[in-house]
Design a protein around this ligand. Sequence first.
Ligand SMILES: *[C@@H]1O[C@H](CO)[C@@H](O)[C@H](O)[C@H]1NC(C)=O
Ligand SMILES: *[C@@H]1O[C@H](CO)[C@@H](O)[C@H](O)[C@H]1NC(C)=O
Ligand SMILES: *[C@@H]1O[C@H](CO)[C@@H](O)[C@H](O)[C@H]1NC(C)=O
Ligand SMILES: *[C@@H]1O[C@H](CO)[C@@H](O)[C@H](O)[C@H]1NC(C)=O
Ligand SMILES: *[C@@H]1O[C@H](CO)[C@@H](O)[C@H](O)[C@H]1NC(C)=O
Ligand SMILES: *[C@@H]1O[C@H](CO)[C@@H](O)[C@H](O)[C@H]1NC(C)=O
Ligand SMILES: *[C@@H]1O[C@H](CO)[C@@H](O)[C@H](O)[C@H]1NC(C)=O
Ligand SMILES: *[C@@H]1O[C@H](CO)[C@@H](O)[C@H](O)[C@H]1NC(C)=O
Ligand SMILES: *[C@@H]1O[C@H](CO)[C@@H](O)[C@H](O)[C@H]1NC(C)=O
Length: 893
Amino acid sequence: MLISNSCWVIFTLVFPALAIRQTPDFASDALGLQQIQQHGNATLEKRDDVPAGFTTPPYYPTPKGGWVASWTDSYAKAAEVVANMTLAEKVNLTTGTGLLMGPCSGNTGSALRFGIPNLCLQDSALGVAQTDNNTAFPAGITTGATFNKALMYARGYALGQEARGKGVNIQLGPTIGPIGRKPRGGRNWEGFGADPALQGFGGSETIKGMQASGVIATVKHFIGNEQEMYRMDIPPHGLMKAISSNIDDRTLHELYAWPFMDAIKAGVGAVMTSYNDVNGSANSQNSKLINGILKDEFGFQGLVMTDWLAQIGGVSSALAGLDMAMPGDGSIPLLGLAYWGYDLSTSVLNGTVPLERLNDMVTRIVAAWYQMGQDQDYPLPNFSANTADATGLCYPAALLSPTCVVNEYVNVQADHANVVRNVSREGITLLKNDNTTLPLTTSASLKVFGSDAQNNPDGINACNQRSCDTGVLAMGWGSGTANYPYLDAPIDALKRKAANVTYYSSDTFPSGLTAATGDIAIVFINSDSGENQYTVENNHGDRDGSGLVSWHNGDALVQAAAAKYATVIVVVHTVGPIIVEPWIDLPSVKSVVFAHLPGQEAGDSLTDILFGDYSPSGHLPYSIPVAESDYPSSVGIVGFEVTQVQDTFSEGLYIDYRYLNKNKTSPRYAFGHGLSYTTFSKSSITLTSITPLSSLPPARAAKGSTPVYSSAIPPASEVAWPTGFNIISRYLYPYLDDPASISSSTPFTYPTGYQTTPQPDPPSGGDEGGNPALWDIMYNLTVTVTNTGTVAGKDTVMLFVQYPSDSPYDTPIIQLRDFEKTDTLVPEGSETLTLSVKRRDLSVWDTVLQNWVVPVSESEPFVFWVGNSSANLTLACESLNGACSSGRTPPVV
Ligand SMILES: *[C@@H]1O[C@H](CO)[C@@H](O)[C@H](O)[C@H]1NC(C)=O
Ligand SMILES: *[C@@H]1O[C@H](CO)[C@@H](O)[C@H](O)[C@H]1NC(C)=O
Ligand SMILES: *[C@@H]1O[C@H](CO)[C@@H](O)[C@H](O)[C@H]1NC(C)=O
Ligand SMILES: *[C@@H]1O[C@H](CO)[C@@H](O)[C@H](O)[C@H]1NC(C)=O
Ligand SMILES: *[C@@H]1O[C@H](CO)[C@@H](O)[C@H](O)[C@H]1NC(C)=O
Ligand SMILES: *[C@@H]1O[C@H](CO)[C@@H](O)[C@H](O)[C@H]1NC(C)=O
Ligand SMILES: *[C@@H]1O[C@H](CO)[C@@H](O)[C@H](O)[C@H]1NC(C)=O
Ligand SMILES: *[C@@H]1O[C@H](CO)[C@@H](O)[C@H](O)[C@H]1NC(C)=O
Ligand SMILES: *[C@@H]1O[C@H](CO)[C@@H](O)[C@H](O)[C@H]1NC(C)=O
């Protein structure tokens, strides 16, 4: 979702009223200017056309929704409504009304006869975007660092409550793709960390929370959206295609689609496709991905929407399984042109798009609306993403728009600041703490350095969608942001908490300072990234300019402080890993704290930890390598290429710690690393076999029934303009000037492989999330954690699986499969945690069988490693004999 500054200038000339509140995400890169400017960075690699072997076979027709038990009631209600709808009403719900044609980032048409309003779609994954009186929550990456499922849920619930309070029907979050394959990737921070299990739990807990509030959650971006640059198709289509993420089938299933399975298992109502292609086929009309994987294998029952302006064809996307076009515009936005809307009416009347496909689109949308209870007292939008004024144009993109009351300034914050503070505090990750430098005493003499400790002097929301790195970095930039209601800056919290604080706000170390004995320097540095429509300090969304180096010469600031002060604490606000080698081993750098992206409670959440009110319990949701070159070149940002940029995922399953382990490279800080002020012991570990292992899951059940409707093409008059209709110019309608003239004289050439006979039920499917047996618990592992130190704290237990050594499938040495966190344990307090290993956790995706296979072995066990990081595995249990032990040598360096 995007808009470039250059286009924004043009559009603000055309629509001056819009300049007030920042833009909806859109179109900008329409002209591809940013991409082309990037040409020539020698650090960016040129690639070949889609390499051999990376294909997307056709998969038709779209499996109809409604056959899953947990959606039966909602589908029954939806079917009754849809059976009574006119063609115009059906088309209305599938198509956005156009960019800037309603209060929200996206707005569908309505079907008011059935009580269905224009549905409001609004960002973001960390708060209601482009409004006021909302909460700015911590980012996904911060939430992932908590390794706390209950907090993930609590944040999701509060996010959903705010969306509901503002009248948002469909919230555009959580983000679980990108997964973080590329350390420089621009939007990794919106998600939960560089591991499919961590993304899966983060996403599914967030979804359960959001949807308990009644909002429809949207998981995005499906799939392979691992780089921001060149992500979009440049119209006219074919001039330059969007980047192609070339992913093999096994890697797609075991790494990138894995968290989407969790999301669907959790009952998510909507999925957003990504801008990029996969294997040379655009994701918004990729029948293999939408029809085949999402809707058949994974049994997805909700609706699939495009990312903003990602649609590149009308009939093609309908046949491939798309259900909602957002924001509705065709290849050139704002002109009242659409691929769907009136043209979907045409395609149904002329028989090219089967009526049953349209019925399925609408049924999925209406069923999701019922599934979350939105037929019961759900608020209408009471805010406008287009302006902060109380009144404004109802349809800013129209040539002539009436004026509406658009902002009611509804305060939806409730007590969510507590949720923010809890998550931000628990995400704080203590990487180093020599000589027990932390926690601090409130009487310490503190010298604070770096602009990242204070608020942006121009205002906390001064930069459009946070598209600058000025002041404390509490979220990245782009559509995945929200306005701050306030931003508690670290320096303000430090001054409230401690008696003797001196602040130097410059990022250049002040000359002439004399350190007194006992002075402690706290140095704030950061590293930012975001969405591609903004370029910030020569970074085009991705950290292509800065690399994994702290911004504003942060390394030099730390080094200078370390040269002067005997005790230095480094606080890092960052979207992802930075290389810490320039200073990490300096003798006076005693403590390093990664506070990630804390949201509005950046101050108190930090001082809670720095002064020991709470012991830190965050863990790294990615590895910090010694050097970026410790990763393969395939996870670098790929560069410009005429026609199509190719990004081949040649490292396969080996990203982050999976790669480092394979290559026997020790990181500086391992995935999961995080220190505490106390110590814990783990004891009484047991492994219980719950379900006997078998190579293949039990056969799935056949699909249940789906709604059946009349197959008669409706009368053309259903999409004639109603008499006396007050047409808003450029607004997208389902209506046609002369519907009776539609004919199907010239035969339509369907895509290769198109068929109308349903595909056989895939063996890997069977329910939401796939074959339900994939979710059967095979083993439970219990372990007792005891606080053996002197202060209260929480510990995290992570469970990594090592596959049998005789497995024929080349599989990462260890993979995270579950984690649990204790409650606060007082000294000598203990708690027994249970972690589970499900069938999927022991499976590989067999590309020949097209099924999940457990490489069961007669002689070689699965080994379940327990520890608190990928490099600190202290206990192990074996699957074959159930024996558990400590002191076994881990298989990774
Ligand atoms: C390319 O990016 C690197 C940083 O990754 C930067 O140092 C270099 O100046 C850039 N080159 C050009 C030509 O923009
Ligand atoms: C659909 O129409 C039938 C009659 O044609 C009516 O009995 C029924 O109540 C309608 N259902 C809804 C949900 O409008
Ligand atoms: C379609 O939606 C528009 C509002 O977006 C509304 O004006 C129109 O009446 C709707 N059409 C029908 C048939 O409900
Ligand atoms: C039906 O209409 C669609 C949308 O305008 C068009 O793409 C398609 O070619 C038409 N099919 C026939 C058979 O005329
Ligand atoms: C919050 O809403 C109130 C009205 O209830 C309004 O006065 C205030 O300006 C809003 N806050 C912001 C940040 O816009
Ligand atoms: C501080 O920590 C360093 C490194 O861990 C250690 O070598 C040194 O002895 C410690 N100094 C004190 C005073 O404890
Ligand atoms: C603050 O710390 C300095 C040492 O840097 C000390 O000289 C001064 O007295 C302290 N001030 C207060 C108010 O404690
Ligand atoms: C493993 O790491 C070493 C050292 O960084 C590097 O030279 C080598 O190319 C890597 N091996 C692979 C297979 O990437
Ligand atoms: C296994 O652990 C899960 C929690 O992870 C629990 O819900 C389930 O009841 C346990 N099963 C058995 C048989 O103990």
